[in-house]
Design a protein around this ligand. Sequence first.
Ligand code: GLC
Length: 446
Amino acid sequence: MIGDRPVRDGSARNLLRLTTVLVVAVVAGLSGCADDEPGPAELTFAFGPDESETLGPIIETFNETNEFDITVEWREMPRESDAYFAVLSDELQAGDSDIDVFGADVIWTGELAENGLVTDLTTRAREEYDPAQFVSAARLSASYRQRTYGIPWYTDAGVLLYRADLLADAGYDAPPGTWDELREMASTVMDATEVPAGFVFQGADYEGGVANLLEHIWSFGGRVLTTQASVAGSFGESVMAPNVIVINSARTAEGLDHARSLVEDGTAPREVTAFREVESDEVFAAGDAVFLRSWPLAVAIATAGDLEPDQVGAAALPVAREGDPAFSTLGGWNLMIADGTEDEAAAWEFIRYMAAEEQQRIRARDGAFLPTLEALYADESLAAEQPVLAVGREAVENARIRPVSPRYSEISPVLAAGFQAALLGEEDGATLAARLQRELEAVVGS
Ligand code: GLC
């Protein structure tokens, strides 16, 4: 019994305990210091190419002005999200990567977290930010199973860019609200002008195609996957059942047939089946298309090309039937720290800088990147300089996310190949929807 212990014993034990506590405290204090000291350090920041030419100068400014002797070198990764992910995840898995901090597509969070490839930033984020500072869709995209793995850098959602001048010349006073209106306007303008393409978008077999495919499926009421809440066992606990694939529906089939019909009737040139953002954005920027489905930053590309700002309008994507709610695919990029980096504190310092209002403002103004900080949407001078931000913000509010899954990189190629097959008319919507159902079930094992 504790009360019966000889006093001597008790004091020896207490002394030992006290010593242990002190040693632990000192060691923790020391390593705490070492850990929290952000520099000096040389960091590698991975991200794709940057048409806006804002990234290089922003990194340079950081290198010149940070007080911790941190130098960041930007390692340019593949442009396409899926190709970039393949390089990144292979390197991180192998444990031989030079990457310390990186821009991560919103669809990667689950897979990176589940495989232990990224640093859990929950505590740092909680100490640094009020969650309400961020646009909520962007904030949610950086977390997985209630832990935070990234800081929202810029957000994204599909929008429709249009040639405001050509529509006005043809007597239209507003952009199309429905796909049928888009079809009609495209053909009217193409008949009246030399503009060769009506509507361009991303139909190539890659991640961008998935974003486009989902917008067509959703706008006709279809879905890919649903997470079913159910009541488990006798404890009455509410748990999330595994993801259930529900892509095989008449609505999905309708969405797929509709996408194909845009190519079949000449609204979209057949080349869209090989277009990624880079090709479709360029065609529009060169003045060769009436409509473009892309991300808001395509406005900056268009106006840096042959078009004047007042020739380019931006609107929500068309819907299937008048009065339907608009849907876009949520995109965007978060800043993450590779698991096991030697310079976590320095990497965090760089993330804080990159995500800060000043840097986000530069990227929004000069590159039309949608900020993740709410405060920047209230900035009137920014809104006036970059009107697409308001349209983009609304699209983000109406956006849906791509499937959240640790197997996303296996789900995506099935959908991407399916979209291209639909556009090429290789299979009709119903046959394709049934095939996609089987293939996706094989991936997620439901
Ligand atoms: C944009 C989006 C990203 C998406 C990619 C597809 O970069 O922000 O989320 O995966 O386009 O090409």
